[in-house]
Ligand binder design. Structure first.
Ligand SMILES: [Zn+2]
Length: 225
């Protein structure tokens, strides 16, 4: 296999993103180009492209002459991200109540059902993916590329914030609150759906300890394995 073959830049971005979301890669960990190139069997140029994309998403900080590190969002940034999420997700719910179809509702209910299975089986990586995925699916259902990309960015940043500031070991952006939101949308009760989403995001934010940086672990290879 040549250095240019192997996984795409997007695959590397996704893999690092997921490792951050699953809290296997902690903030402050150095992402060494050479090591990543070996792990993924790609060129250093491809690794650099992936790191640049991750920097754009706010997940990685590149320091000249020192290298790339998993970002450490500040408490202020964390509060800002949740502030923006409250605003954007209110807009998403409001529009969804006007446009939701039977097929959309089926997708949303199926998604919540998958969350319940992952919760019952206690599969952390699935729980994290599906929890964030629920919020993304709401935006995707609207068919607005802009809202979808905005939410994708916000969810990625939220995962990083959760990785740093979560005050419990459980990740429970739980299926129950998601299910209530879906049913309020299904009932076309926009006011209730908006209220439930606001309450849900408050709940998620309240489980963050926005007063300290947690202890960090540092093994790149183990985290990406
Ligand atoms: Zn949620």
């Amino acid at each position: 296999m040549t250095a240019q073959a192997g996984p795409s830049t997007q695959h590397i971005v996704e893999k690092v993103w997921l490792s951050i979301a699953e809290r296997r890669l902690r903030p402050g960990v150095q992402l060494k180009e050479e090591q990543l190139a070996t792990i993924f069997n790609v060129s250093r140029a491809k690794v650099r492209q992936a790191l640049t994309a991750l920097e754009r998403d706010g997940l990685v900080t590149i320091i000249p002459n020192r290298g790339a590190f998993v970002s450490k969002p500040s408490v202020e940034e964390a509060r800002d991200v949740f502030f923006v999420r409250r605003t954007v997700e209110r807009c998403v719910i409001e529009r969804l109540c006007k446009s939701v179809s039977k097929a959309d509702l089926k997708r949303l209910r199926d998604h919540v059902a998958k969350e319940r299975v992952a919760n019952a089986q206690d599969i952390t990586s699935e729980i994290i993916k599906l929890s964030g995925g629920f919020h993304l699916l709401l935006a995707e259902t609207l068919g607005s590329d802009f809202l979808f990309t905005t939410m994708r960015d916000l969810i990625a940043r939220s995962s990083l914030i959760t990785a740093v500031y979560r005050n419990t070991n459980r990740f429970n952006c739980g299926p129950d609150e998601h299910a209530e939101i879906v049913e309020a949308v299904a009932a076309n009760d926009a006011e209730k759906a908006i209220r439930l989403m606001a309450h849900h995001l408050e709940h998620v934010e309240s489980e963050l300890d926005l007063s300290e940086i947690r202890d960090l672990s540092h093994d790149l290879r183990a985290a990406l394995a």
